[in-house]
Ligand binder design. Structure first.
Ligand code: SF4
Ligand code: SF4
Length: 81
Protein backbone atom coordinates (compact mmCIF):
# COMPACT_ATOMS: atom_id res chain seq x y z
CA UNK A 1 0.00 0.00 0.00
CA UNK A 2 1.46 3.35 -1.06
CA UNK A 3 1.35 6.49 1.08
CA UNK A 4 -1.21 8.09 -1.21
CA UNK A 5 -3.48 5.05 -0.69
CA UNK A 6 -3.23 5.35 3.09
CA UNK A 7 -4.32 8.95 2.76
CA UNK A 8 -7.08 8.29 0.27
CA UNK A 9 -8.59 4.96 1.33
CA UNK A 10 -10.17 3.29 4.36
CA UNK A 11 -12.39 0.24 4.99
CA UNK A 12 -16.00 -0.44 5.82
CA UNK A 13 -17.99 -3.60 6.59
CA UNK A 14 -21.16 -4.87 4.93
CA UNK A 15 -22.59 -6.33 8.13
CA UNK A 16 -25.22 -8.48 6.39
CA UNK A 17 -22.32 -10.61 5.12
CA UNK A 18 -20.60 -10.81 8.52
CA UNK A 19 -20.59 -14.14 10.43
CA UNK A 20 -19.02 -12.65 13.58
CA UNK A 21 -15.82 -14.68 13.43
CA UNK A 22 -13.91 -11.68 14.84
CA UNK A 23 -10.75 -12.50 12.87
CA UNK A 24 -10.63 -8.94 11.50
CA UNK A 25 -10.64 -7.50 15.01
CA UNK A 26 -7.78 -9.80 16.04
CA UNK A 27 -5.62 -9.24 12.97
CA UNK A 28 -5.84 -5.46 12.57
CA UNK A 29 -2.38 -4.03 13.36
CA UNK A 30 -3.89 -0.68 14.35
CA UNK A 31 -6.76 -1.95 16.54
CA UNK A 32 -9.15 -0.15 14.21
CA UNK A 33 -11.84 -2.86 14.04
CA UNK A 34 -14.62 -3.26 16.60
CA UNK A 35 -17.03 -6.20 16.43
CA UNK A 36 -20.15 -5.94 18.57
CA UNK A 37 -23.08 -8.26 19.20
CA UNK A 38 -26.12 -6.28 20.28
CA UNK A 39 -29.21 -8.12 21.51
CA UNK A 40 -32.44 -6.22 21.06
CA UNK A 41 -36.08 -6.74 21.94
CA UNK A 42 -37.79 -9.39 24.07
CA UNK A 43 -36.51 -12.30 21.99
CA UNK A 44 -33.02 -10.85 21.92
CA UNK A 45 -32.66 -10.45 18.17
CA UNK A 46 -28.99 -10.32 17.33
CA UNK A 47 -27.79 -7.16 15.66
CA UNK A 48 -24.27 -7.18 14.28
CA UNK A 49 -22.27 -4.00 14.32
CA UNK A 50 -18.75 -4.02 12.92
CA UNK A 51 -17.10 -0.65 12.74
CA UNK A 52 -13.73 0.41 11.44
CA UNK A 53 -12.21 3.57 12.80
CA UNK A 54 -11.12 5.56 9.73
CA UNK A 55 -8.78 7.68 11.82
CA UNK A 56 -6.49 4.77 12.69
CA UNK A 57 -7.05 2.52 9.66
CA UNK A 58 -4.06 2.81 7.33
CA UNK A 59 -5.67 0.77 4.54
CA UNK A 60 -3.18 -2.12 4.87
CA UNK A 61 -5.87 -4.51 3.60
CA UNK A 62 -5.10 -7.32 6.09
CA UNK A 63 -8.73 -7.50 7.25
CA UNK A 64 -10.00 -7.67 3.67
CA UNK A 65 -7.68 -10.54 2.82
CA UNK A 66 -8.56 -12.55 5.95
CA UNK A 67 -12.35 -12.06 6.04
CA UNK A 68 -13.93 -15.44 5.11
CA UNK A 69 -17.08 -13.87 3.66
CA UNK A 70 -15.60 -10.86 1.83
CA UNK A 71 -17.64 -8.55 4.06
CA UNK A 72 -14.93 -5.89 4.29
CA UNK A 73 -14.45 -3.42 1.46
CA UNK A 74 -12.12 -0.56 0.71
CA UNK A 75 -13.42 2.82 -0.35
CA UNK A 76 -12.15 6.31 -0.86
CA UNK A 77 -12.26 8.47 2.24
CA UNK A 78 -14.43 11.14 0.65
CA UNK A 79 -17.15 8.47 0.21
CA UNK A 80 -17.06 7.98 3.99
CA UNK A 81 -17.75 11.61 4.77
S1 SF4 B 1 -7.18 -2.17 6.40
FE1 SF4 B 1 -5.61 -2.73 7.92
S2 SF4 B 1 -5.56 -1.01 9.37
FE2 SF4 B 1 -7.48 -0.84 8.21
S3 SF4 B 1 -9.00 -1.91 9.46
FE3 SF4 B 1 -8.18 -3.39 7.99
S4 SF4 B 1 -6.50 -4.44 9.06
FE4 SF4 B 1 -6.98 -2.53 10.20
S1 SF4 C 1 -13.57 -11.13 9.41
FE1 SF4 C 1 -15.40 -10.67 8.18
S2 SF4 C 1 -16.93 -12.19 8.85
FE2 SF4 C 1 -15.31 -12.12 10.43
S3 SF4 C 1 -16.04 -10.62 11.94
FE3 SF4 C 1 -14.75 -9.51 10.47
S4 SF4 C 1 -16.20 -8.71 8.94
FE4 SF4 C 1 -17.25 -10.33 10.08
Amino acid sequence: MKVKDIINYTCYVETEQCILCEICEEICPNNSVFVERIHQGLVGDLVIDVTIDPIFCDACGDCIRICPTNAIKMRRREEWE
